[in-house]
Design a protein around this ligand. Structure first.
Ligand code: ADP
Ligand code: 5GP
Length: 200
């Protein structure tokens, strides 16, 4: 069995990563989501152990010290990190894993896991990005300004990713990511597929 894919999705806050990843997961039962840890407060409806592992700053810093994270970053004044968990063991068993993380974290994963598929989710335009963040209604005016202020810089980082996917509609963005996954499986599994046919 060939190794599972490590799919890393990033993009500016409000571009629709959470929405697109949730839809992708619901349509792709063989894909496992890596639940991140964070020190930010849960939003309405978010659950510990489902959306994030919500930790105190002290707990998070202890875990950093113990080497428990594949990567971590400070984003808008809070820590966010990917628990190492058993990511490599699960991939070795053929499991595809999805990480939804910020660009600093993704650049670190590029160094540690260069075989990852790095997908940058792009909003159709900057005014549409602002409409989406405002529409979500989760940010204070100050936090919204901070997020919009760093959007241009973050989009520049998208140039370093393997793929860019525009989130114009959720369905189209999900289809694009699914196509990337299918193409990548066809490429990486070619030896196994050929051997299987020849051995039959
Ligand atoms: P992120 O996880 O990147 O911060 P969210 O998934 O929370 O972004 O989406 C931000 C807002 O934009 C939400 O209100 C969501 O419903 C909306 N949204 C996401 N994708 C689209 C889309 N393709 N078209 C219109 N609105 C969208
Ligand atoms: P939010 O607070 O809107 O849920 O997330 C803020 C930012 O943190 C988003 O860009 C999100 O992708 C990023 N993020 C979520 N989990 C992780 C993680 O484990 N590591 C890193 N580096 N960023 C993360």
């Amino acid at each position: 069995m060939s190794k599972g894919l490590l799919i890393v999705v990033s993009g500016p806050s409000g571009t629709g990563k959470g929405t697109v990843c949730a839809e992708l997961l619901s349509k792709t039962p063989q894909l496992a989501y890596s639940i991140s840890a964070t020190t930010r407060q849960p939003r309405d409806g978010e659950m510990d152990g489902k959306n994030y592992y919500f930790l105190s700053k002290e707990e998070f810093e202890r875990k950093i010290g113990e080497g428990d994270f594949l990567e971590y970053a400070e984003v808008y004044g809070n820590y966010y990190g990917t628990p190492l968990g058993k990511i490599e063991e699960r991939r070795a068993a053929g499991q595809d894993i999805l990480l939804e993380i910020d660009t600093q974290g993704a650049l670190n994963v590029m160094k540690r896991c260069p075989d990852g598929l790095f997908i940058f989710l792009l909003p159709p335009s900057l005014p549409e990005l602002e409409r989406r963040i405002r529409g979500r209604g989760s940010e204070t005016e100050e936090s919204l300004k901070r997020r919009l202020g760093s959007a241009r810089e973050e989009i520049e980082i998208g140039r370093q990713y393997t793929f860019v996917v525009i989130n114009d509609t959720v369905q189209r963005a999900v289809e694009r990511i699914k196509s990337i996954m299918t193409a990548e499986h066809c490429r990486r599994d070619k030896e196994d597929m050929i051997n299987e046919v020849l051995e039959k």
